[in-house]
Design a protein around this ligand. Structure first.
Ligand code: 5RP
Length: 220
């Protein structure tokens, strides 16, 4: 918890007056958003695009001015969490189910800053099951096609019910084991009818802020 707070707050230091920023989703991004809220109360002038309904609610409560992505040309920076980060800065995201909006916002941003605690650093992606957002229509058929890539998958559930994303879709958590070629898997998955987006963020992150439980921070 301490590491998440430190890294979220450290990343907020990159934000400057006048910027339009993206705000990520999850328990680490939470601390960045709280810090941005504090900075706004102290006079910082920024506008923000949230990556989920949950983040929109939190940011609004913090007094952060929200805008639609379609109302701005691009974003100066985005701060978001991740479920895994490999040495080439490839990521798995979507543990919180917000991967589609997160990927759109990440692609619109000049600088993607990822905030993680040390537990998220891995040699190879894949120990964390890859979230894939799929359309509810015939999702089992989409699942069969995904499993042809030699993975096993589970439909995500919450309180016994199928989890529904902010976009009205479902999530398949796909266990590929070690992912040797994240770029290839990401491209191939998105070719399948019924796949809306997958949680591999390849070659998108520019800065990784890592928080350690002993209280120190590393910026990669
Ligand atoms: C949500 C995400 C989150 O950024 C990711 O799951 C990390 O969350 P946390 O900071 O709570 O560990 O991708 O879709």
């Amino acid at each position: 918890m301490k590491a998440k707070k430190l890294t979220g707050e450290r990343a907020a230091e990159y934000i400057k007056d006048g910027m339009i920023i993206g705000l990520g989703t999850g328990s680490t991004a939470y601390y960045a958003i709280k810090k941005v809220g504090e900075m706004v109360k102290n006079g910082l002038k920024i506008k923000a695009v949230p990556t989920s309904k949950e983040t929109a609610k939190l940011a609004a409560a913090e007094g952060i001015e929200l805008v639609e992505l379609s109302d701005v040309k691009s974003l100066d920076l985005t701060i978001d969490g991740a479920d895994e980060v490999d040495p080439d800065f490839n990521l798995i995201k979507g543990g919180g189910g917000a991967l589609l909006r997160e990927k759109i916002v990440a692609s619109a941003t000049d600088q993607l800053i990822i905030v993680v605690d040390e537990s998220k650093l891995v040699e190879h992606l894949g120990a964390f099951p890859l979230p894939v957002e799929v359309t509810p229509f015939s999702w089992q058929y989409t699942q069969q096609m995904i499993e042809k890539f030699s993975c096993s998958s589970k439909i995500r559930k919450e309180n016994g019910e199928i989890f529904v994303t902010d976009n009205g879709n479902y999530i398949l958590d796909c266990d590929f084991g070690k992912i040797e070629d994240p770029v290839k898997i990401a491209v191939e998955l998105n070719k399948l009818p019924g796949v809306v987006e997958n949680g591999i963020f390849a070659e998108m992150a520019e800065i990784i802020v890592v928080g350690y439980n002993d209280g120190h921070i590393e910026v990669l």
